[in-house]
Design a protein around this ligand. Structure first.
Ligand code: VGL
Ligand code: ZN
Length: 207
């Protein structure tokens, strides 16, 4: 069978209003995530799961502030506020998210030396999370993605899903962007579209 998977990206307290890396309107996508689940065979959720000493945190580099760039073991790294620290409330799934039907949870960003926006690979594309193999084992050909944030973890997950050969769909109204710069969300959408990712609306699912 040609199974369909739903990827729920980083629906965690720290990325919602009140969190340490709050994405504007981030909480508004939870309702979409819950509503979409009934249409899928396989549902995978990711969690940003950083150790407190992660190299992507500005606080771990003396004199550096969030938004500045550094070289982190050979990769350009934008520095973030401390967020998604493993085993803290900020890293928990938002409590309104229905987690009862999750097939699988992927925890990423666990290596302090490299960031990991994508659900599939670290930012250096060196280490796999095992998600591609898992999806193939489940007979998945079509991957639908929503969550936080459009311009980081959603984008890199969608680009990798496409690169791994999955038919890839991003449910745009189920995503919100960090938008460090105005226009980042739209640029991310265009980049995904150019790479062969279909940008769709939740209303098109299950018709
Ligand atoms: C994310 C920045 C840092 C995301 C995670 O979930 O999009 N963005 N870590
Ligand atoms: Zn992170």
């Amino acid at each position: 069978m040609r199974a369909k998977a739903l990827l729920l990206i980083d629906l965690q307290n720290d990325f919602c209003p009140g969190g340490s890396l709050a994405v504007p309107g981030g909480d508004e996508v939870i309702e979409v995530a819950n509503r979409m689940q009934q249409h899928f065979d396989v549902i995978v959720a990711t969690q940003d799961w950083h150790p407190a000493d992660h190299g992507a945190f500005a606080a771990n580099h003396e004199g550096k502030n969030p938004g500045e760039f550094i070289d982190l073991h050979g990769l350009e790294q934008i520095l973030w506020p401390v967020h998604g620290v493993r085993d803290t409330p900020g890293a928990d799934f938002v409590k309104e998210l229905d987690t009862s039907k999750l097939t699988h949870v992927i925890r990423k960003g666990t290596d302090p030396q490299v960031d990991s926006y994508s659900a599939f690979y670290d930012n250096g594309h060196r280490k796999s999370t095992g998600l591609s193999d898992f999806l193939r084992q489940q007979g998945v050909h079509d991957v639908y993605i929503l969550g936080l944030a459009t311009d980081y973890c959603v984008k890199y997950s969608a680009l990798d899903a496409r690169r791994e050969g999955f038919s890839t769909y991003v449910i745009e109204d189920g995503c919100r962007a960090v938008e460090l710069k105005a226009g980042d969300a739209q640029a991310a959408i265009e980049e995904m579209r150019h790479s062969g990712v279909a940008i769709i609306h939740s209303g098109q699912i299950g018709l």
